[in-house]
Write a protein that binds this ligand. Sequence first.
Ligand code: HEM
Length: 364
Amino acid sequence: MNPTPIVPTPDALPLPAPAALLHVLLLLTFTLHLVAMNALVGGAVLALWLRGRAGAVRGAADVAGRIGKALPVCVAATVTLGVAPLLFLQALHGRFFFAASVIMAWPWFSLIPLLIVAYYGAYLESFRGARLAGWRAPLLAATAAIFALIALIQVNNATLLLRPDRWPTLYFGNPRGANWNLGDPQVVPRWLHALSGAVAIGGLLLALWGKARRGSDPEGARLMRRVGLGALGWLTMANVAVGLWFLLALERDVLRRFMGGSGHATGLLALGVVSALALIALAARARRRDQASLTPVTVVAALTMIVMVLTRDFARQTQLAEHVGSLPVAVATQSVNIALFALLLVAAIAIVWWMVRRLARAGR
Ligand code: HEM
């Protein structure tokens, strides 16, 4: 296999753990980042939608305000849970990731000021929302739009790192780093896929939150369930079409593997489609029946997300394989640091779980 000459050689510094372990940790922490991001982007979009329905639907403004209150916590969780996959991504694919980040330096740098502005937007909505009067919905819309723009920057980076063949054209076209990767046909469907998925999963989280509030606020809880499950069903339906667009935009060789060329890839794709269809049916059923349990729809949503993360990973591994080359990557395992990381990660997940349960109990 001939590595593309433009791709830097592997880092001389050894990896701190075997690549397989870092890979598992990348997928695990990225999935956690996605859940928080979905709560944030989905929450902002659903709050905006409910605000627009405030005149027509009783209780919509209250639910929108409640979601708005939680937005700063979602920003903090998204950012914090973004750091871990960033570290693993740099360790495993640094020579692709850094090259792509340098080529699109200005959009990439702009992520931080955009994040700060949107964070202020979330705080204003949360703490001063009621005093903003007519400015409240436009502020929420601007905040949601900035988060969607940040997602677009992430998608540009995640796709540009896969395409060393595009690097020279972009870099020499604009060596100052004012580049995007919008000429790549994957970018738009991948971004829309991520955004629709975020609103769908945000909807499920809203329905679960409603369940926790059934005792204290039955009417609000019913609205949260209805709106949340509606968003889950409709946006997943839209995502079946967007997902097909995304699939057809993949590079021919990768697409071939999903179309029977690899049992693993074809199996993942089939499982993803079946679980998405099951999710639509279960969301519609739970929405029709107020008393139906949310466990089946939650389990299938979790399965769908895991399959999507694995499918995305398979596509990336396949696309990078032709550029990786055969130079060995040095490993010097830092067992104590890895054990400490694992311990802290498990403790953090346990504490967050405990806090969520306490909150849910307080709501009841
Ligand atoms: C708060 C707003 C954010 C949003 C809406 C967001 C959204 C996204 C989306 C949609 C992706 C998937 C990109 C793709 O695969 O095409 C992604 C990936 C990623 N995000 Fe975020 N993100 C946010 C903030 C952050 C921050 C602040 C960090 C770092 C501290 C971060 C770290 C990452 C990493 C490392 C990946 C890629 C993981 C991988 O490729 O394996 N994100 N993000």
